[in-house]
Design a protein around this ligand. Structure first.
Ligand SMILES: C[S@@+](CC[C@H](N)C(=O)[O-])C[C@H]1O[C@@H](n2cnc3c(N)ncnc32)[C@H](O)[C@@H]1O
Length: 268
């Protein structure tokens, strides 16, 4: 058994649900349980599910500093992991909190979920989480999953500290780097970070936002383990717009975004 998950290698053929390929074609989002996909810019639950199964053990803590509508939180609940999350949007943090209150996780081995409405570029939020974890006798988190705004593609709040309100890519990357630094301070050594991010198109140019974010992580001494390419079917923003995009693409010189990345890096 690897030190960082619960996969029993003597039964390895039974883990058909755990991905090992770098290309993920996910036909449709899982809308079961508490996942209803209402939040614009959420990710499919299958992404955190794969990361949690592959990189954590039951009873460990997963940190999501861009927690949004709690997709990672609810996966942690189903999979018996604990959750710590931050989001700048107080309404969405309240929504996730209520969802935990309304249905107590009687079936789950989750012991706690701790969520803050705060700015993840600010170390104060992480020190509050560290204090809470210490009160539970826990030193560090075991996995960090980062699903930041894709720069300015979708504005999440009017808060100037929101990464989607960054004035330039350099400012966005600088803030993303701060969130990484803060998150890494809470991550156990030899454990993993997943970055879920897509690219964008601006003024006739493909901006490789995913690779820029990956570079921020590599600049911090993390070892790149995988770049997973995932199809974008099922993302709300893309629905019903296929025909017009295809017309525009044929009329121009670019290809239509159909993928995003899940980058996996290891803290040494
Ligand atoms: C792409 S969404 C994450 C969605 C989430 N994975 C889900 O499934 O609902 C990015 C989130 O980052 C939050 N955000 C942006 N800037 C932030 C900051 N400085 N600190 C904390 N959260 C921030 C936004 O409010 C938004 O909810």
């Amino acid at each position: 058994m690897a030190k960082f998950n619960d996969i029993d290698l003597s039964r390895w053929k039974e883990y058909e649900d755990v991905e090992t390929d770098s290309l993920w074609i996910i036909e449709r989002r899982d809308n079961s349980g508490k996942h209803n996909g209402f939040y614009h810019g959420n990710f499919v639950p299958q992404i955190p599910r794969q990361m949690i199964k592959r990189y954590t053990k039951k009873g460990e803590v997963v940190l999501d500093p861009f927690m949004g509508s709690g997709t990672t939180a609810f996966e942690c609940e189903s999979l018996g992991r604990n959750f710590a999350g931050i989001d700048i949007n107080p309404d969405i943090v309240e929504y996730v909190g209520k969802n935990f209150e309304s249905e107590l996780p009687v079936y789950s081995e989750m012991n706690f979920n701790y969520m803050l409405a705060a700015d993840s570029t600010d170390f104060a939020a992480f020190s509050e989480i560290a204090g809470y974890l210490a009160s539970k006798g826990i030193n560090k988190v075991s996995h960090v999953i980062l699903h930041p705004p894709y720069f300015d593609i979708l504005k999440f709040t009017n808060d100037s500290r929101d990464l989607s309100n960054s004035d330039s890519i350099d400012i966005f990357l600088d803030r993303f780097g701060k969130v990484l630094d803060n998150s890494l301070s809470l991550l156990e050594r030899k454990r993993y970070v997943s970055i879920v991010i897509g690219d964008k198109y601006t003024k006739g140019q493909w901006i490789p936002l995913g690779f820029y974010c990956m570079k921020e992580a590599m600049n911090r001494g993390l070892t790149l383990k995988s770049i997973i390419v995932k199809n974008m079917a099922g993302n709300r923003a893309k629905q019903n717009k296929n025909t017009i995009w295809r017309y525009r693409a044929l009329n121009s010189d670019y290809f239509i975004f159909k993928h995003e990345y899940v980058m996996v890096l290891k803290k040494n």
